[in-house]
Design a protein around this ligand. Structure first.
Ligand code: GDP
Ligand code: IMO
Ligand code: MG
Length: 429
């Protein structure tokens, strides 16, 4: 049996991936991030500590695990070094467990300016990007202009940097975008690059192949969520990487036939931050209740997250596109104040009943159809045994499993590592 498992989000991000990677890390030798960059914010809570990671994998707090930033990730060295500094306060030797792929691409200060310029130019139809430079950096990667981590060790690095910045300045000029912050940003960036050279840079695909051959267990950690995938998400309101399981292959150099479990993380309801279609979005008191009870404010940007009921056709789509082998449901505790919980089981589309996400998701023609289930109306946060879970929660879980055809192996009832209920024997929680 092969020994790479993939863990990813099935909705629009912020499902609770960070928490679960942390919970599962004791089963693995290596945790490897395969895409995205500092647009991600993965929150971990344990022993009274709350920590948000952006680029560093969520296994970093476990003394025995190696944490790899894979080639599919885009790295802002300034943010990365700040993350390391914050980590050091909790664990001074955490950095020793961190490796970075030489083939990962670097986010330049001008990428961040281009991100902002592009958003400004889009006006009302802006993506709602995190403004971390993600889109422009992946554009340079696929456009074959990008600068990779390995380039900083090469004699041509500065020349390559200057040439790319020159191109970016022309584009920024076309946008008539204010570049006055660039000098300060650039000085900070160059300083970070100097320090970055001292980190453990590696040819990560070889490293992973060797480790696999030695029988080491690897967990590939996704960022964002399947509905933000560049191909299968709600395009163009997506991120610029492959957030689905295929991204683990290209983002780490792992062959598809080496992947074993595909663990899909979803919230018991839905949230989205930024623009774009969200069929089950709630604009009423119920939506506000979810936002407040779920503390639904972005981990990276602090923006308020849009909230809505669970969308089962969208969840099933994500399960199928990823080949999910087991599900984990997060934030069940947040729904405790609802006597009745609604679940979307299909849509009316141009007046017809459908049970799949259509190509065009214009809210004027796509109306979610709901089924109402009885809520559990009790506090779950102190529950420590799934067998003692309220029957309404068990029914909710069964309803979802029946719809999507995959079992739920874990239910999360609070942000802390310990607030985690194992259902089946698949998970060693
Ligand atoms: P990620 O990007 O998928 O890692 O998720 P985020 O960290 O951005 O957002 C998830 C938020 O929910 C964080 O604030 C977590 O601490 C919190 N969280 C995770 N699981 C649970 C849960 O089961 N219940 C509650 N109430 N909060 C949770
Ligand atoms: P984690 O890993 C939620 C959203 C942004 C925006 C769109 C494009 O914490 O789940 P980008 O900066 O990538 O160009 O933004 O994607 N987005 C996320 N939403 N969680 C994330 O990551 C996200 N990363 C990007 O809000 O709508
Ligand atoms: Mg997040």
């Amino acid at each position: 049996m092969s020994n790479i498992d993939v863990l990813l989000g099935l909705q629009w991000g912020d499902e609770g991936k960070g928490k679960i990677v942390d919970v599962l890390t004791r089963e693995y030798d290596i945790i490897a991030r395969f895409q995205g960059g500092p647009n991600a914010g993965h929150t971990l809570e344990f022993e009274g500590i709350k920590h948000v990671l952006h680029t560093i994998p969520s296994g970093i707090f476990h003394a025995k695990a190696t944490n790899l930033v894979g080639n599919g990730v885009v790295i802002d060295p300034v943010i990365f070094l700040k993350e390391i500094d914050a980590l050091k306060k909790i664990d001074p030797v955490a950095q020793d467990r961190l490796m970075i792929s030489r083939k990962a691409h670097l986010i330049l200060p001008t990428h961040r300016l281009l991100d902002a310029a592009s958003e400004q130019a889009k006006g009302k139809s802006k993506i709602g990007s995190t403004l971390k430079g993600i889109g422009p950096t992946y554009m340079d990667k696929t456009g074959r202009n990008g600068i990779r981590v390995g380039d900083i060790e090469q004699p041509y690095f500065l020349e390559k940097y200057k040439n790319l910045v020159e191109k970016h300045l022309q584009l920024l000029d076309n946008y008539a975008f204010d570049i006055s912050p660039l000098k300060v940003m650039e000085a900070e960036w160059m300083d970070a690059i100097e320090k970055f050279r001292g980190l453990s840079l590696t040819d990560s695909e070889y490293f992973l192949i060797n480790q696999m051959n030695k029988g080491k267990r690897i967990l590939a950690e996704g960022a964002q969520g399947s509905l933000l995938d560049i191909d299968f998400g709600s395009y163009p309101y997506v991120t610029s990487s492959t957030t689905t399981a295929a991204g683990a292959c290209t983002g780490l150099g792992v062959a598809p036939n080496k992947i074993n479990r595909v663990i899909g993380i979803f919230k018991a309801y839905c949230t989205r931050v930024g623009s774009g279609p969200f069929p089950t979005e709630l604009f009423d008191q119920d939506g506000e209740q979810l936002r407040v009870d779920g503390n639904e404010f972005g981990s990276t940007t602090g923006r308020s997250r849009r909230c809505g009921w669970l969308d089962l056709p969208a969840l099933k789509y994500a399960v199928d596109v990823n080949g999910v082998t087991e599900l984990m449901m997060m934030k069940a505790d947040v729904m405790s104040s609802f006597d009745t919980i609604k679940v979307c089981t299909g849509y009316k589309y141009h007046g017809n009943d459908i049970d799949h996400l259509p190509y065009a998701t214009d809210p004027d023609f796509l109306e979610p159809q709901y089924q109402s289930l009885k809520g559990w109306s009790c506090d779950l946060t102190k529950l420590n045994d799934w067998k003692k879970a309220p029957p309404e929660l068990m029914d909710y879980v069964r309803f979802i499993e029946d719809y999507v055809g995959v079992s739920i192996s874990l239910v999360s009832v609070g942000p802390d590592r310990e607030q985690t209920l194992k259902i089946s024997t698949i998970v060693e929680a």
